[in-house]
Design a protein around this ligand. Structure first.
Ligand SMILES: C[S@@+](CC[C@H](N)C(=O)[O-])C[C@H]1O[C@@H](n2cnc3c(N)ncnc32)[C@H](O)[C@@H]1O
Length: 258
């Protein structure tokens, strides 16, 4: 059985470049086994030949491994800290911060960031890079239409200012959409950009092995300017941040040391 999974991860890597071995094994295996059993397959071997032939099955597979759940202002208190204490310090160092929302899912996170940055800068000067491994989420992000539950933590004034309500759905204003460029990027395989002042990477590191996480912390530190900030998810604090060249700036915010 475990040889079956190993062979599968090898085949997927050859086909897509995605290295499943860098995701926590027990969790990933469970997610995929329940999916293939539901589809009537008996092993990873059978499942691979099926997804190799059938595009819809392949997309379902991608959807299952990528766990795209997101929300505007997810963990509201943390975004409040970003707005009130972190961002003013970043903007003291530069009025044109380079910002990156990594593993951005369908856009809720970079759009939230744009709405917050707009409190300090004209929107025409806000530029955010947003990346995710899953190409399918980019079209959803660009469409910018979300169900009400995606906005449950968004403040009322923000909802009024930046969303148009259409039936049960909320459409993000074009002025916000224009600030974000979406690109496909695999955190575990693709090169990172440099000279960022703020990197947001939330609720994806939990799926990776310890080794993969450590490598990523080093890469994030390298990508940031001195005193640049890494903002992680609310279950993802970095133990021994110092070993990667970070200092704790606030809970779930790490500053690259000078
Ligand atoms: C649970 S969502 C988190 C979305 C958002 N950051 C948030 O906190 O609401 C996880 C996202 O990570 C993306 N992802 C998974 N593996 C990835 C990888 N190796 N590189 C880049 N993105 C990845 C998934 O496609 C998914 O959109």
């Amino acid at each position: 059985m475990s040889g079956d999974y190993e062979q599968f991860t090898y085949q997927i890597k050859m086909k897509t470049g995605i290295d499943l071995a860098l995701y926590k094994e027990a969790q990933m295996k469970r997610r995929l086994t329940s999916l293939y059993e539901k589809k009537g397959y008996g092993s990873f071997k059978e499942y691979f030949s099926a997804i190799n032939r059938d595009h819809t099955l392949f997309n379902e597979f991608l959807d299952r491994i990528t766990i795209n759940v997101s929300e505007f202002y997810r963990n509201y208190k943390r975004w409040e800290v970003l707005e009130k204490t972190i961002l003013p310090k970043v903007l003291k160092r530069t009025k044109r911060p380079r910002v990156w929302s990594a593993a951005c899912s369908s856009g809720e996170e970079p759009y939230t960031l744009a709405m917050i940055m707009a409190k300090y800068l004209p929107l025409s000067e806000v530029k955010i890079l947003a990346t995710d491994i899953d190409e399918n989420v980019h079209s959803r992000a660009k469409l910018g239409i979300y169900p009400e539950r995606s906005l449950q933590e968004a403040p009322e004034d923000i909802k009024r200012k930046y969303f148009i309500k259409e039936g049960g759905f909320y459409k993000v204003a074009d002025e916000i959409k224009r600030t974000v460029s979406f690109k496909t990027h695999n955190l575990l395989a693709d090169p990172f950009g440099t000279s960022y002042d703020l990197i947001i990477c939330r609720n994806v590191l939990i799926y990776f092995t310890e080794e993969a996480k450590e490598l990523l912390y080093h890469k994030f530190a390298k990508s940031l300017n001195p005193e640049g900030i890494l903002f992680v998810g609310s279950t993802e604090q970095i133990f021994n941040a110092g070993q990667y060249g970070f200092e704790v700036e606030d809970t779930f915010f790490y500053k690259k040391s000078l």
